[in-house]
Design a protein around this ligand. Structure first.
Ligand SMILES: C[S@@+](CC[C@H](N)C(=O)[O-])C[C@H]1O[C@@H](n2cnc3c(N)ncnc32)[C@H](O)[C@@H]1O
Length: 339
């Protein structure tokens, strides 16, 4: 999905407001603040470090500390493992491709809400002459000190993409945004910032999943009234709307992009099976991986949403969760999600 040349657009570049910063003239004070920023272990560094790593715990799960409460998902090992399984599913669905935008060698790439950073790392390996930057609220990505170390052309930063961006206009050739459902309050505002940060001819690629199951067993693919799975989807959407950051946005992003000024916008829907019900080795494997993905992620998908925004207790959630797991195992439901 591309955007037109800047001359065609009438958006306001948020990052240009950075040109208006008024300078402090108290050089002694500035100097001492630089000292505290540069010396590791200083109070200031410790404060900045702890601001992002002083994780919050709720009902036994770990959540991000920076911009606390903004994101619904835990950032612990269990949920990170789910994100990596989902990444594998995404790449299987795209038959090994990491992105679909028709750009051969994007030089500078931004991965919004990078999660574990797996997409950014694979992009950096795939495009060794490109620079890949991933941002997130949680510092859960590997570093150069880990084994295997991240590629030298891949960097991560802790940042809240809902705040005004500080990237120079035209910085990126490709901005990738996957799985930002329930993370964004004002999509048009986020897309304006992305538009501004893209170089002319650059591409924005959004990958989202509908936050509820569909079934092959009914003519309209909707689950029957009264099923726990249907109720789960409805409650998840309701809670996310209450949070101010709706989950049910797949299928809307293209329209918002067009209104922002992007051109050549196209959408490519995929049906992703849940369970080993499809025929054929590849689809069956995707279905099985989806089972592992959902079972691993299920608690973390909606625990915070239901307890924070619907007033549920952890016990209520656990009981409901157990019913979902039982219903999902029904071999006759032939479930799938739309991506
Ligand atoms: C569902 S995960 C998807 C992760 C990754 N894009 C992927 O597809 O594997 C959403 C990610 O967005 C991050 N996120 C949510 N709100 C954010 C914000 N305002 N700024 C930066 N990252 C955010 C979360 O911390 C989380 O890692």
């Amino acid at each position: 999905m591309a955007h037109s040349d800047y001359e065609d657009s009438d958006f306001t570049a948020e990052s240009e407001s950075m040109m208006d910063i008024e300078a402090d003239s108290d050089y002694d004070e500035i100097s001492s603040q630089y000292d505290s920023c540069y010396s590791s272990g200083s109070d200031n560094t410790t404060t900045l470090f702890s601001e992002v790593t002083n994780y919050k715990f709720e009902h036994g799960r770990r959540y991000h500390a920076y911009a606390e409460g903004l994101y619904w998902g835990p950032n612990d090992d269990k949920q990170n493992q789910q994100l990596e399984i989902f990444h594998h599913i995404f790449t299987m669905v795209l038959e090994g491709r990491l992105f679909l935008s028709p750009i051969e060698q994007p030089k500078k790439v931004l991965d919004l809400g990078t999660g574990t950073g797996i997409w950014a790392i694979e992009m950096a390996d795939f495009l060794p002459n490109s620079q890949i930057l991933g941002n997130d609220l949680s510092p859960v990505q590997p570093t150069w000190l880990d084994f295997p170390a991240i590629p030298a052309n891949c960097t991560f930063e802790i940042d809240d993409f809902l705040r005004p961006w500080t990237h120079t206009s035209g910085s990126f050739d490709l901005i990738y945004a996957r799985g930002l459902y329930g993370c964004v309050d004002e999509w048009p505002q986020l897309l304006s910032q992305a538009y501004n940060a893209l170089a002319p001819g650059g591409w924005f690629e959004s990958v989202e999943v509908k936050p509820y199951f569909c079934t092959e067993t009914t003519p309209d693919n909707k689950l029957a009234e009264g099923t726990i799975l249907k109720r789960w989807g409805e409650l998840a959407v309701e809670a996310s709307v209450k949070s101010g950051r709706p989950l049910d946005i797949a299928g809307n992003v293209g329209g918002w992009m067009k209104r922002t000024g992007f051109v050549n916008v196209s959408e490519k829907p995929f049906k992703v099976p849940y369970g080993p019900w499809p025929k054929g080795e590849r689809m069956k494997m995707i279905g099985k991986l989806m089972c592992v993905n959902v079972l691993e992620g299920l608690e973390g998908f909606t625990l915070a949403l239901f307890t924070r925004y619907l007033g549920w207790s952890a016990k209520q959630y656990t009981d409901f969760h157990n019913l979902i797991v039982t219903e999902m195992r029904d071999p006759h439901l032939n479930l799938w999600v739309l991506m």
